[in-house]
Design a protein around this ligand. Structure first.
Ligand code: ADP
Ligand code: F6P
Length: 319
């Protein structure tokens, strides 16, 4: 049975990561395992920024956004020699289990450590919801609600000016934030990698709206798909609709985690410790149909992501 577990957060921060760190620490204490935190992800691990923590560390963090144990991106962690060094450092401190909270990049780092024989568990934490092995990732719900709050505000001004607003939302290459916010905000158009809309259809729809209803319009676009400022100009030229572009950016990553994210994070954290306490490792936890599941990391990384066809259909149906 493991005696000392360390937890790190890695990649982009996500609201709810603190709730997860809290759950890991408290579950360790409940299992009589010594909890450690690693500051700054894999970078901090290699810099030995590892600290033993107690229950006090977990006070008043469940409701805080960001990650109190900091995060970092260290692309060099692909290097097996660095992974071996990380394991040496963990072993020097007597740590015999590692929990990593992050996205698929973080999972790849954990997989490397696992292949070298070190016990690890991964927890999905990213606003992007781009992990195939889970229905939801920590942070997605909060980011989605932040987007909705921002678009509600935008609607006040765009309706007053009878403008079209093109709103770029995050997700890296995953359209979930766009698709879910598109439905929740009743956007006139939602454009993602999995739901592209021809320019002719976009222009036709907005021109008709503008000519007939003189209303306002919201167009939600996934990041990395097109230049929203250029796109706004094209809309204006082709439809006559006065158009402005908004990039919501990192605002989407901040803020108080929703209750849903706190609960999800707490369930994931406790489940991850439970696995290591039972000498099960090399896996990632997730949620499927509201049940906590776990599968091997390599299998999780190979799975195809759900592109939410019924939701995409709903967007078209209700548009
Ligand atoms: P996320 O975990 O949210 O996908 P990143 O893609 O930035 O975020 O990955 C987080 C970190 O995981 C990277 O900065 C790097 O340290 C590590 N990582 C990413 N890819 C690999 C890989 N192929 N092998 C080992 N470590 C990796
Ligand atoms: O993975 C989370 C995320 O916010 C993505 O949605 C986005 O593409 C990326 O991180 C931005 O990262 P950074 O803040 O390092 O530019």
């Amino acid at each position: 049975m493991v005696k000392k577990i360390a937890v790190l957060t890695s990649g982009g921060d996500a609201p709810g990561m603190n709730a997860c760190v809290r759950a890991v620490i408290r579950a360790c204490l409940a299992h009589k395992i010594e909890p450690y935190v690693i500051y700054d992800g894999y970078k901090g691990l290699l810099e030995k920024r590892i600290v033993k923590v107690d229950k006090k560390f977990t006070q008043d963090i469940i409701n805080r956004g960001g990650t109190v144990i900091l995060t970092a991106r260290l692309p060099e962690f692909k290097n097996v020699e660095l992974q071996k060094r990380a394991i040496e450092i963990l072993k020097e401190m007597g740590i015999d289990g590692l929990i990593g909270i992050g996205g698929d990049g973080t999972y790849r780092g954990l997989l490397g450590l696992s292949k070298l024989g070190f016990p690890v568990i991964g927890i999905p934490g990213t606003i992007d919801n781009d992990i195939a092995s889970t229905d939801k990732t920590i942070g997605f719900d909060t980011a989605l609600n932040t987007i909705c709050e921002c678009i509600d505000k935008l609607k006040d001004t765009s309706s007053s000016h009878q403008r079209c607003s093109v709103v770029e939302v995050m997700g890296r290459h995953c359209g979930d934030l766009a698709i879910f916010s598109g439905i929740a905000e009743a956007a006139e158009l939602t454009i993602t990698f999995d739901h592209r809309v021809p320019d002719s259809v976009i222009f036709e729809k907005l021109k008709t709206m503008h000519d007939k209803e003189k209303s306002h319009a919201i167009v939600i676009v996934s990041e990395n798909l097109l230049d929203v400022n250029e796109f706004a100009k094209e809309i204006e030229e082709n439809t006559g609709f006065e158009t402005r572009a908004e990039v919501l950016g990192r605002l989407q990553r901040g803020g108080t985690p929703t209750a849903e994210d706190r609960i999800l994070a707490s369930r994931f954290g406790a489940a991850a410790v439970e696995l290591l306490a039972n000498d099960i490792s090399g896996r990632v936890v997730g949620i499927k149909k509201n049940a906590i599941v776990d599968i091997p990391i390599n299998q999780a990384l190979e799975m195809e992501r759900d592109i939410h066809k019924p939701l995409i259909h709903l967007i078209d149906l209700l548009a």
